[in-house]
Design a protein around this ligand. Structure first.
Ligand SMILES: O=C(O)CCC(=O)C(=O)O
Length: 336
């Protein structure tokens, strides 16, 4: 039988959900705080997520971690989420692997899949990736704007993992309309993509994000969501700029400032066509699995650089998979 405290906590959790739906955020969070204080694991989890996703007015990832650790005592599947957050906070892979093992023991298939790729054999390629090292030098294709590539720095099994994880999540791609600032479907971009929010994050995704941000020489906290891209034959992303019209995208979205950098990770190369083309720079990059392309979208003075006009050319045969990270000028919180 439920104790009086547990009943109170369950009622508070239910009330918090209703308040959240009604848009009364601070009241909803206050109910969650009380339910978590009583000790309800579900309330601790929900509260941890408000911290992690910056919904909580005093959002703190450390607080999220404390809440998750205590909730995991009764919900061992949470070790998977703890591992993901632990990597984000501390970049400490051995502890993440221990946490993933606990999640696997509790029956988490996601944890088992991550462990399979992170502990598969010990080739040099994987060892470098696990160490978070970016092999230098990059191949500089242009100095202004800066365009450079790294050849095969993400191991094949990590690329395959990302493709498999994303396959059922793909949706038709949208673009930010330069006039209205709204996300719209547009013939300029005919691919499919998955924008990976917190629900899709895991240790492997976080490791990839961390490496891509390092390729841009920028902090990951300034990164938008990872976007996994899929192009079938005939699909393309016609010539465009990655920088934004900040006057049009709304105050919250503009708070992080300009998209200064783009990193593209090529996840496969068993297709034809699909090169990334910079028409004004005379550059045409053929994807190779595990390679990363980085370019800076702003010039030395910090202004959008029209020379960065680029396209993902139509795929002729097979399916192209890639993943893009756009990095902003300031820390990016919306909508993560
Ligand atoms: O798929 C490509 O090669 C280009 C993708 C791209 O232009 C972008 O994500 O901004």
């Amino acid at each position: 039988m439920m104790s009086v405290n547990a009943r109170d906590a369950a009622a508070l959790l239910e009330r918090s959900e209703a308040l959240y739906q009604a848009g009364q955020l601070s009241e909803a969070i206050s109910c969650l705080e009380q339910a978590a204080e009583i000790g309800l694991p579900e309330a601790k989890l929900a509260l941890a997520r408000t911290h992690r996703r910056s919904i909580h007015p005093n959002a703190s990832t450390e607080r999220a971690m404390t809440l998750l650790l205590t909730a995991a005592e009764s919900t061992p599947l949470l070790w998977s989420e703890i591992a993901e957050l632990h990597f984000d906070l501390y970049r400490d892979l051995p502890t993440c692997i221990d946490y993933l093992k606990r999640a696997r023991e509790a029956g988490s298939r996601l944890a088992a899949k991550q462990l399979a790729v992170l502990t598969a054999g010990q080739d040099e390629h994987l060892a470098l990736f696990l160490a978070g090292a970016i092999p230098e030098p990059a191949q500089e294709l242009c100095s202004a704007p800066l365009v450079r590539t790294w050849h095969q720095i993400i191991p094949d099994q990590i690329c395959r993992y990302l493709i498999e994880k994303s396959a059922s999540m793909m949706r038709p791609s949208l673009v930010v309309h330069p006039g209205s600032g709204q996300l719209v479907k547009d013939p300029v971009r005919t691919s499919r993509n998955w924008s990976v929010g917190f629900d899709g994050r895991d240790v492997v995704v976080n490791m990839v994000l961390s490496l891509l941000a390092a390729c841009c020489d920028r902090p990951l906290s300034h990164g938008e969501r990872l976007s996994v891209l899929q192009y079938s034959p005939g699909e393309e992303y016609k010539s465009h700029y990655d920088y934004l019209n900040l006057d049009k995208i709304g105050t919250e979205a503009a708070a992080a400032g300009q998209r200064t950098d783009t990193a593209i990770l090529y996840l496969n190369d068993d297709f034809s066509g699909g090169q990334t083309e910079f028409r004004r720079l005379g550059l045409n990059i053929s994807p190779t699995v595990g390679s990363v392309l980085h370019f800076r979208n702003i010039d030395q003075a910090g202004a959008p650089d029209p020379l960065t006009l680029h396209a993902g050319l139509p795929v002729l045969d097979g399916t192209k998979w890639a993943a893009t990270l756009w990095i902003r000028e300031h820390p990016y919180r919306y909508p993560h």
